[in-house]
Ligand binder design. Structure first.
Ligand code: PMP
Length: 405
């Protein structure tokens, strides 16, 4: 069956707008994706006709929003193959999910001198929370290196383990290099050493089928806005046995069973980790986004995006002075690059005037920039609605800009 690209693009009204009088070519999808009508309508419909605070409300609307919110949780559970809805915690996004694990897992399971392994390609949101914990508890952070293609050094990884290693945190897909890291193998190694593994799925869950049980990870994080859902909602998957033991992250309504001034007991999972009014409209809209991608088919989306990535890399490689970062055999829909000694900010600004949106800078991965010996990079990243024609426009734009230098 051919990929229904015209129908898909028609689902995203923003894709037909112009910037500076030119058709928009949106290649900043790793930062955030555009939203299909189905998602925006889910939000509008809920506010127009259902809205009420969830949980414990006896009235009709409250029960209806509660049902939608809990159906969304089940939708997420099925999407990532978790065993139980108790393992699905709604958060504000990947960043909050990671901070939750650093705080709550850290509080419960980590002592001074315990070790956490991070990769050199982690996003700042999977570095800084661990550094904050290091300040509070004196944990030790160790870094898994990679080779020049952007592939993790698995031998070095195994050598980093000691009897004090408790947790490995790794981006499932690098938001800069596009490398797909071998989570299943890494989890096996971690478990063999008595450690746990957290996969940051911010850049994997939107692009290919992710099954937490097949991966064997203990935690998985992702953001709604990177998978065509709304901003402000995200997910933490955690193994029930771990979440059960972990301290709550924040205190407040929703997360308690009983409160007295002497002592408070906590709600059952996953509510123990969901203090305050949750984003019940966001959860419902995230479910609509999941329905949308599954309606197209994750395998078809992956095939389309991988094809585009290969095509873009091949065309870009022909540009004189082009330096591509991240050439791992297993690579997802991100291409980071520099050309000649043109500052990435200049590249991005000039392409913008041609209607082409890319991202430039350190991509919240300054340690990775240091590893690559640069201050910044330009990055094009693809989504299910991008086309070869857009890549051609982008490459033509690049050629035009490069000639100016
Ligand atoms: N991890 C990775 C790999 C990412 O790409 C991002 C977003 N750029 C994040 C974490 C943080 O996601 P958010 O800003 O949605 O919390």
């Amino acid at each position: 069956m051919t990929y229904p690209i015209d129908d898909i693009r028609a689902d995203f009204p923003i894709l037909s707008r112009e910037v500076y009088g030119r058709p928009l070519v949106y290649l900043d999808n790793a930062a955030t994706t555009q939203k299909p009508r189905a998602v925006v309508e889910a939000i509008a419909q809920e506010y127009y006709s259902v809205n009420a605070n969830v949980h414990r409300g006896v009235h009709f609307l409250s029960q209806q929003t509660t049902t939608l919110h809990e159906e969304a949780r089940e939708r997420v559970r099925a999407f990532i193959g978790a065993q139980s809805v108790s393992e699905i915690v709604f958060t504000r996004g990947t960043t909050e999910s990671l901070n939750l694990v650093a705080t709550s897992f850290g509080e419960t399971f980590l002592q001074e001198g315990d070790e956490v392994l991070l990769t050199v390609m982690e996003h700042h949101s999977d570095i800084v929370p661990w550094q904050l914990l290091r300040e509070r508890k004196g944990i030790v952070i160790k870094v898994i290196p990679m080779n020049d293609a952007g592939v993790l050094d698995m031998e070095a990884y195994e050598r980093l383990f000691t009897p004090r290693t408790r947790l490995v945190c790794v981006a499932h897909v690098s938001n800069v290099l596009g490398t797909v890291n071998p989570i299943a193998r890494m989890a096996e190694v971690a478990h063999a050493h008595g450690a746990y593994l957290l996969a940051d799925g911010a850049q994997s869950v939107p692009h290919f089928k992710v099954d937490v049980q097949a991966l064997g990870c203990d935690f998985l994080t992702f953001s709604g806005h990177k998978i065509y859902g709304p901003t402000g909602i995200g997910v933490l998957y955690g193994r029930e046995a771990l979440l059960e033991q972990m301290q709550p992250y924040q205190g407040g309504g929703e997360m308690i069973a009983r409160v007295t001034f002497e002592k408070t007991t906590y709600e059952r999972l996953p509510y123990k980790f969901e203090a305050g009014t949750p984003d019940y409209v966001g959860s419902h809209a995230l479910a609509a986004a999941i329905d949308y991608v599954e309606g197209i088919g994750m395998d078809r989306i992956t095939a389309q995006e991988r094809e585009l990535t290969k095509y873009a890399m091949a065309r870009m490689a022909d540009i004189p002075g082009m330096q591509l970062y991240g050439t791992a055999p297993d690579k997802d829909a991100v291409v980071a690059f520099n050309v000649k000694d043109i500052h990435p900010l200049d590249l991005g600004t000039l392409l913008d005037r041609l209607g082409i949106a890319i991202r430039t800078g350190h991509h919240c991965a300054q340690p990775l920039m240091a590893r690559c010996g640069v201050e910044g990079m330009a990055r094009a990243s693809f989504a299910l609605y991008n086309t070869k024609e857009e890549i051609d426009t982008f490459v033509a734009g690049l050629e035009r800009v490069v000639k100016m230098f």
